[in-house]
Design a protein around this ligand. Structure first.
Ligand code: FHN
Length: 427
């Protein structure tokens, strides 16, 4: 991460340290298509294989829907309040997705929330609610724009959508589009105060040179010195963004897994393939144990409210985090896979074991300084757990600080329905 000395911006802010310790954030995919339960953008190009429940909507019909988008004012407050209850440290809203519809009244085009019955500013509401809740503010911005006349727009004649086969712009058109792109980003990075994170996407349709990413990055960092940028600004960015999976080996730098609750990014009432709250908590433990962040997605409905399935999962996660959040937020990766059958994290001299399957009476941790184990508890209840250390006899006899295995008894009553966390305090 780049070192920047800017008055009033703490070193942690300046270098985005906050991000590398955040561990948990809220992703919000929302647009005018949510009014109809459509996935964001992809229906207008005929869908995408990875989005199994994505609809197929003629481009003109899709874009025309924007004129009727009328969410309820202040919808963001409910999502942000739920995020805060879950212990999430930051949030990211789709300010503009591939369909080109801006959720703020951009001065760079008339295809925005300003052209709807709503007339308000959904980015402003989101930023204000996030800041008031004390969370970090992130904005998602799509480089590609399948609506903009100079991009050029994707039409039904361009179907089916093929990677690398997007319709080509004219030279003059592209110059105008790049100017438009810079103008919209300048608005977002100038009119809404401090923006902590920029989540780019949709960069695969052009080269880094065509997007002028170096110039773009320079403008962004001059407007927002402490900002963190993801790796989807081609050739730039501060961290990796594995999508819909947890990398087996942690990438060599900061990273963040973005994950849907079901199979859709935006609200889609036909997609009932929801992951359980338990599976989502397990993924959070896995991600934290490898030093990454989990950016968990919600898709608000047309009026901005969250579907019951999404509220239920956020509530269940909030309940779990209320008791076990210290084993996730601000922690570091701990043990190697051979030392314990599950994710582990550490904060100072406290080790957290995430028990993701029901143990048979006990669990065992290997390669621990067994004589320096001071206390073992189940985190939610605080119940002290019995434990016994074992090491090779020779160490037993002659080594003052032997490394060995610790067996911890885990009685049924302390088991957590989602994931049981055992804390081991070491001297
Ligand atoms: O096309 C987008 C998709 O709609 C969604 O926004 C995800 C989120 O990471 N990113 C792209 C697919 O890789």
């Amino acid at each position: 991460m780049q070192e920047q000395k800017t008055p009033g911006i703490s070193p942690a802010d300046a270098t985005g340290i906050w991000f590398s310790r955040a561990r948990f954030g809220l992703f919000v995919h929302w647009g005018h298509g949510s009014r109809c339960g459509w996935e964001l953008s992809w229906p207008l190009v005929g869908g995408m294989k990875a989005l199994r429940h994505c609809q197929d909507v003629p481009a003109e019909t899709y874009h025309a829907n924007a004129r009727a988008f009328a969410p309820h004012a202040g919808a963001a407050r409910a999502w942000i309040a739920a995020a805060k209850r879950c212990g999430m440290q930051y949030t990211v809203l789709t300010a503009k997705h591939h369909d080109g519809f801006a959720l703020w009244p951009t001065r760079a085009s008339d295809f925005s929330i300003a052209a709807t019955p709503y007339r308000g500013d959904l980015v402003r509401e989101f930023v204000d609610a996030t800041r008031e809740a004390g969370l970090r503010v992130g904005l998602y911005f799509s480089l590609c724009d399948w609506h903009h006349p100079d991009y050029p727009p994707f039409t039904d004649a361009d179907r089916p959508y093929r990677y690398g086969m997007a319709p080509r712009p004219t030279e003059a058109g592209w110059a105008r589009y790049v100017e438009f792109l810079f103008a919209q980003l300048r608005e977002l990075l100038t009119d809404y105060g401090r923006i902590d994170l920029l989540w780019f996407d949709g960069g695969w349709e052009r080269t880094a040179d065509a997007w002028q990413t170096r110039e773009l990055e320079a403008m962004i960092r001059s407007l927002q010195p402490g900002i963190v940028i993801n790796d989807r600004l081609p050739g730039c960015g501060d961290y990796d963004t594995p999508e819909q999976f947890v990398p087996p080996e942690p990438p060599g730098r900061a990273w963040e897994t973005c994950l849907t609750m079901n199979e859709s990014w935006a609200w889609n009432p036909d997609d009932a393939d929801y992951k359980s709250a338990r599976a989502l908590v397990h993924t959070l433990c896995e991600v934290a144990s490898r030093g990454g962040n989990l950016l968990l997605n919600v898709g608000p409905t047309g009026d901005g409210s969250l579907a019951p399935e999404q509220v239920e999962r956020l509530d269940a996660i909030a309940g779990w985090m209320a008791a076990n959040g210290e084993s996730i937020l601000g922690t570091e990766p701990a043990l190697a896979p051979w030392q314990f059958y599950g994710p582990t994290t550490r904060r100072g001299t406290r080790l957290y074991l995430h028990v993701l399957s029901r143990p048979y009476d006990s669990v065992t941790v290997r390669g621990l300084p067994i004589r320096r184990v001071r206390r073992v508890i189940e985190l939610r209840s605080g119940a002290v757990l019995e434990s016994s250390g074992r090491c090779p006899v020779i160490d037993e006899l002659f080594n003052a600080d032997p490394t060995g295995q610790l067996t911890i008894r885990v009685p049924e009553p302390v088991l957590d329905p989602l994931a049981t966390v055992i804390a081991v305090d070491l001297d």
